[in-house]
Design a protein around this ligand. Sequence first.
Ligand SMILES: Cc1cc2nc3c(=O)[nH]c(=O)nc-3n(C[C@H](O)[C@H](O)[C@H](O)COP(=O)(O)OP(=O)(O)OC[C@H]3O[C@@H](n4cnc5c(N)ncnc54)[C@H](O)[C@@H]3O)c2cc1C
Length: 412
Amino acid sequence: MYDYLLSEENKEFREEVREFVKNAIPPSLLKKMDKDEVQYPSEWLHALAKQNLIGIRFPKEYGGRGLNWESEIIAQEEIGVLGSSLACLFSLPSICGEALNKFGTEEQKLNYLKPMCEGKKFTAEALTEPRGGSDFFGATSTAVKEGDYYILNGEKRFVVGAEGADFFLVYAKTNPNAQPRDALSLFIVDKSEAVEAAYIYGLLGTRGGGAGRIIFKDVEVPKENVIMGEGKGGKIFYQMMVPERLSTASGFIGLARACLHIATKYSTKRKAFGQVIKNFQAVNFMLADCITYLDATRAIVFNTAKSIDAGAPPALQRRLVSESKKFSTKACWKVINKSMQIMGGIGYTTVYPIERLMRDARLGEIWTGTTEIMNLIIQHEYYKEVLSEKWIGRDVELDALDAEHEEEKHYG
Ligand SMILES: Cc1cc2nc3c(=O)[nH]c(=O)nc-3n(C[C@H](O)[C@H](O)[C@H](O)COP(=O)(O)OP(=O)(O)OC[C@H]3O[C@@H](n4cnc5c(N)ncnc54)[C@H](O)[C@@H]3O)c2cc1C
């Protein structure tokens, strides 16, 4: 849709990723993942690494490609057609790498960011705790300093790649008495015997990515593995949420696009009452709604990516990313639902992949921050923006017929 806005390099890049998605992964892997026969598709990460598609935004010296956000959302949409599990595994290096690239020491970049981009070490993020994911700052995992190590204890859940990752980014409280935003630190934790990971959940969709539980029992983490120092977890978390949420927003366009494509083709072949169903307005208007939703989603996601590339301030980034994630996951859900409707009964079966992508898509409004949490952020940042600015536009209140009745403007 926005082809005319893309740079030549990004058009070429999109073709490269499209070609990769077409050939790199056999349908059998997706089927095995959906049947829960695969807990961690390491072949996917090896294929991404071979194509140099891991951590594409990070500098070339650390194994990335030095690309921008415009490139990343293009790649996410293409990869999204494979479903949310592989899209998530593509986005994890972008999310964890954001913390390492922006805030890590040179040593941390060489030991973790570079091997991650080269596909030699796999990563996962361990944020959510059993007591709640939305209240992130209420985390109860602890890390206590003893000499050259921190002793980490706690439990995380729903960690994609729990069993397959080589290292985890883990938030834990280092100063329980500080204000919540200063109490947390971010640790790079290597897989070890003391890190007990188990793939235990039966999931509605998004299967085969290894979303598991991790228990940290007296794990010794070298002090060199704290990112940015003690108490900086809050600052890093806000930054990590940019790739976390923008990758969901862009990836889900791919899921919805795949479903709409199938439904569109089907509507040109399937007949009812002696004619192809595409001729019924009830059907082709559903399609019109879907493509409008998809283009609107691409527009908001593209605008957000371009704004970040152009240096939008952090507060605006937070609002735009949250709006994108909320809008995209809601709109893509509608597109997938209507695509199924166009297909009739066969769309509800496993003969077509729409049912799988629908099960995947339900997660969109839940993970990487729920829609309710997106709303909290959007209104918070917007109030802050409006209240901090002097209104410079026309004072439209004065255009009311009885604007001079100031005494009627009660505020309780
Ligand atoms: C398949 C899957 C993969 C995941 N992958 C990862 C991963 O790799 N790493 C990771 O760390 N986490 C991961 N998650 C966790 C995910 O991000 C959380 O489930 C999500 O943030 C919600 O947290 P919760 O489940 O604890 O729900 P809760 O926080 O308990 O929320 C329950 C409900 O209350 C609402 N609510 C809570 N607080 C408020 C409020 N203040 N105002 C309004 N409503 C509110 C929520 O919106 C929600 O509707 C994954 C989850 C799933 C299911």
